[in-house]
Ligand binder design. Structure first.
Ligand code: NAD
Length: 348
């Protein structure tokens, strides 16, 4: 099937397929839009059952990056890379260098960074073969860049506070009950920031020991991973995988606010309507979770230090407020309003 025959093809500017005979590298780089600047987005290293799923992932994720980067106010476009993982071609330094050469061959139209399955150590290997890289370990304490997780967590924390103001009319978090799905880099960081404010926390992770350890540290409760979205909390915060908000889980939500860091939380566009029709305050994922890309984006552009990154992340609550205002004024779901604003920014 040609890329433009995929349901997720959205007038992407280019979709590149790479193969390297020596290492077995099989990779796709999808460039959705370079209207605002070079297409930036992470590289996912993942084992797909079928190659078509890898193409779909690259198409969908690169479009998401266009929207996320535009809404974050960054002068960068949207792209994404996928390396097809296979036990027969392990993630060696040579394979990562072959991927780096693929990125380099695009002459800067695409800038890579970490995503699922790619660490900052892997980025160092990739950077040996291309200069179009971000998310490298930072050299100095006050620099932008490095692991984006804590910056994403900071933005989500500020977004949760904004959503609580909007949905509950509360200016502080003391005693506000937040249920967090997934306590990894983003969810764990969020939990620590909320605990500092005196929020009541319920945590869940498929690695139950991870949730239990953090709960013991923060004085939080835990529930089973399959029960977290329907906890009778004030806020549900999806910070694990995508597509967790579908007809079933939305019907079972008991919280008046959903605000979390996971990418692609809504299983389908209809789920944006479902959550809206239930009167739940929903923070569009790519707006609230932009802290990490703000960090690596400014690192790549060489436009500022850590203080600048934090001041740009502090703009996330205002952006969410504008989306909720427009949602209230138009009757459209927050997710649709966010897409509309992002499309306008990239001239679609
Ligand atoms: P992570 O791997 O550090 O943590 C994810 C955690 O979720 C893990 O502890 C995992 O065990 C848990 N988990 C997985 N499935 C679960 C389930 N069904 N129920 C409960 N827990 C589950 O990943 P992360 O970096 O914290 O990213 C979390 C989400 O945020 C992802 O959707 C990611 O795409 C998104 N995101 C991350 C960043 C970032 O900077 N790290 C930026 C933007 C978006």
């Amino acid at each position: 099937m040609a890329p433009w025959d995929y349901p997720d093809y959205d007038a992407h500017e280019a979709v590149h397929f790479f193969h390297d005979a020596a290492t077995g590298l099989a990779a796709i780089i999808a460039i959705h839009s370079t209207v605002l600047g070079p297409a930036a987005g992470g590289c996912r290293y993942w084992s797909y059952a079928r190659a078509e799923e890898a193409v779909t992932d690259a198409l969908r994720l690169s479009r998401g990056m266009s929207f996320k980067n535009a809404m974050a106010g960054l002068p960068i476009g949207g792209g994404k890379a996928v390396i097809l993982a296979d036990a027969a071609r392990p993630k060696t330094p040579e394979l990562l260098a072959a991927f780096g050469r693929a990125v380099e061959s695009l002459g800067g139209r695409y800038v890579t960074a970490e995503d699922v399955g790619i660490s900052d150590r892997d980025m160092v290997e990739i950077a040996r073969a291309t200069r179009y890289v971000s998310g490298l370990p930072v050299a100095g304490h006050g620099d932008a860049g490095g692991d984006p997780g804590p910056f994403t967590a900071l933005g989500v924390y500020l977004g949760v506070r904004a959503a609580v103001r909007r949905g509950l009319g509360r200016a502080d978090m003391a005693g506000v009950h937040v249920a967090i799905q997934g306590v990894g880099s983003v969810g764990g960081g969020l939990a620590r920031l909320l605990a500092r404010d005196g929020a009541r926390l319920t945590l869940a992770d498929v690695h139950a020991d991870r949730a239990a350890a953090l709960a013991a540290e923060l004085g939080a409760e835990t529930v089973a991973a399959d029960a977290i979205l329907s906890v009778a909390a004030d806020v549900v915060s999806p910070c694990a995988l995508g597509a967790v908000l579908d007809a079933g889980s939305i019907a079972a939500l008991q919280a008046p606010v959903v605000a979390g860091g996971a990418n692609n939380q809504l299983a389908t566009p209809e789920d944006g309507w479902r959550i809206h029709q239930r009167g739940i305050v929903y923070a569009p994922d790519y707006v609230i979770n932009a802290g990490g890309i703000i960090n690596v984006g400014l690192e790549y552009l060489g436009q500022g230090d850590r203080a600048e990154v934090e001041s740009r992340i502090a703009e996330i609550p205002g952006r969410l407020d504008r989306i909720w205002e427009e949602s209230a004024a138009t009757g459209d779901p927050a997710a649709i309003v966010a897409d509309r604003l992002a499309q306008k920014l990239i001239g679609r």
